[in-house]
Design a protein around this ligand. Structure first.
Ligand SMILES: [Zn+2]
Ligand SMILES: [Zn+2]
Length: 242
């Protein structure tokens, strides 16, 4: 189980290096394909949470308040994100750079959450772990390409942006280790961690990803986005039968 977990996290961390390949791609084409990737990952995230994680937690029946902890997770991530933005940037010539650093902190927190959830999912069983790893991998592709773009815009050199983004990706390992340690010392904590992290995923889909899709009002593109969301959900549904 541990081997599968750490291989999954390593592969997902390497996604943080993908951004460098996008430098040569035409801007508009990149934006359009990123939107479809984001749509796919919205479907995969929500499908992962509602088709795999929550049903699994309910089925295990270890604790009866699954929905309370999911709700708590959503609220917790609102508070965490606020906390990141409390250190707001004052208007100055360094505003871009400051925004980049804030993005790094937010990114690190996000990837920490991914690690916690992945470990929790693999602790439930390898199948739930595998479905969760795919959902994480899919949303990390547009996420990390976006992170790289923000850092470059903020004045980071290509090399520094890659290194910083990779470093924040590695926080997923810390998240996984935190979850494993909690699991070793606190009996019955894993389903609670997974429920809270599932709430975090719902929050990310609703506040980070979906608003991104609303920036494009084009009817044809919007329809395509819906199709890709459904493909994402469908892929998670298909995984149930494997
Ligand atoms: Zn993520
Ligand atoms: Zn990143």
């Amino acid at each position: 189980m541990l081997i599968e977990l750490f291989i999954a996290i390593l592969i997902i961390s390497l996604v943080s290096l993908l951004g460098v390949f996008t430098l040569s791609i035409n801007r508009k084409r990149l934006d359009n394909s990123l939107d479809l990737l984001v749509s796919l990952s919205v479907g995969a995230l929500l499908g992962g949470v509602f088709l795999h994680l929550i049903p699994e937690l309910v089925e295990e029946g270890v604790f009866s308040d699954v929905s309370i902890f999911v709700l708590g997770g959503i609220l917790l991530f609102f508070v965490l994100e606020k906390f990141v933005f409390w250190h707001h940037c004052h208007k100055s010539e360094h505003e871009h750079l400051c925004f980049s650093y804030m993005n790094l902190v937010g990114d690190g927190l996000h990837n920490l959450l991914d690690g916690v959830l992945l470990a929790g999912a693999f602790l439930i069983n390898v199948q739930v772990g595998f479905a969760t790893a795919i959902a994480v991998l899919l949303h990390e592709i547009p996420q990390e390409i976006g992170d790289f773009g923000v850092l470059m815009k903020g004045g980071f050199s290509r090399k520094k942006a890659l290194l910083a983004n990779f470093a924040t990706a590695l926080t997923a390992f810390i998240g996984a280790i935190i979850a494993l340690v909690f699991n070793a010392f606190v009996i019955g904590v894993v389903p609670i961690i997974v429920a809270i992290a599932a709430g975090g995923f719902i929050y990310i889909a609703g506040t980070d990803l979906i608003p991104e899709l609303h920036k494009n009002p084009n009817a044809k593109e919007s329809l395509l986005q819906l199709v890709f969301i459904l493909i994402g959900v469908g892929a998670m549904g298909v995984l149930l039968f494997l």
